[in-house]
Design a binder for this molecule. Structure first.
Ligand code: CA
Length: 231
């Protein structure tokens, strides 16, 4: 088993990529640099990284288009994506998250912030691969097989949605504030806004289809997963 996390940096600006790579190496990670979408795809095909740092503005195919593509890809979809973006506008960030990114980093960013965000996605990726299966109503989740089924049909979830659903199912019928969910699901939320929780809950509901109704919005408080949601 690999001990150094492999981080794929997709960034066309060499000085930025080099700065990131140096910092990753100094912090026990293995950086791999791709300067465009084609090189990134080649690296991804050669060996699956543990995290992808994906620049939004790339020559040719954009980072946003790549994120969308990889989220549809059976092999790549489980790899967390951190979008690098110069766009600070909230609407753009939501577009990035909707495209399948797990988090975003606004340029210019500090090394400390980047490392914290990478560690956070690595942490929240790891735990769901172990543990006992849980079931709520017709919904079942098997962490070891990384599988979610509703009425026997398998559903496709992104890594953050999987972790979020796992936590909600393990703590069904209880109301959780956004802050509590950030603590428990994201682990390190120093740089993550509560709005991020709403985006991932929306994505989780969509991925669950009819079972999405099991996740209730408790107005003014947060969210709850219930076997018998109130209408
Ligand atoms: Ca760029």
């Amino acid at each position: 088993m690999r001990t150094m996390p492999r981080v794929l940096i997709v960034e066309d600006e060499a000085p930025i990529a080099e700065l990131i790579a140096v910092n990753l190496r100094h912090n026990g990670m293995q950086p791999v640099w791709a300067m465009d979408s084609e090189a990134a795809q080649r690296e991804l095909d050669a060996e699956l990284p543990d995290v992808i740092l994906l620049d939004w503005m790339l020559p040719g195919e954009s980072g946003l288009a790549l994120a969308r593509k990889w989220r549809q890809d059976a092999r790549a979809k489980s790899v967390p994506i951190l979008m690098l973006t110069a766009r600070g506008d909230e609407a753009d960030r939501v577009v990035g998250l909707d495209a399948g990114a797990d988090d975003y980093i606004v340029k210019p960013f500090s090394t400390r912030e980047m490392l914290a965000r990478i560690r956070a996605v690595l942490r929240r990726r790891a735990p769901e691969h172990t543990g006992a299966a849980v079931a709520v109503g017709a919904l079942s989740l098997d962490p070891s097989a990384h599988r979610v089924c509703h009425d026997g049909a398998q559903l496709k979830l992104g890594p953050t949605e999987f972790k979020l659903l796992h936590y909600l199912m393990q703590n069904a019928e209880r109301v959780h504030t956004r802050g509590q969910l950030l603590d428990k699901v994201w682990g390190d939320h120093v740089f993550i806004e509560e709005r991020t929780v709403d985006v991932h809950v929306k994505r989780l509901r969509e991925a669950l289809g009819p079972a999405g109704a099991l996740i209730e919005t408790v107005r003014g408080v947060g969210y709850r997963l219930s076997a018998q949601p109130s209408a």
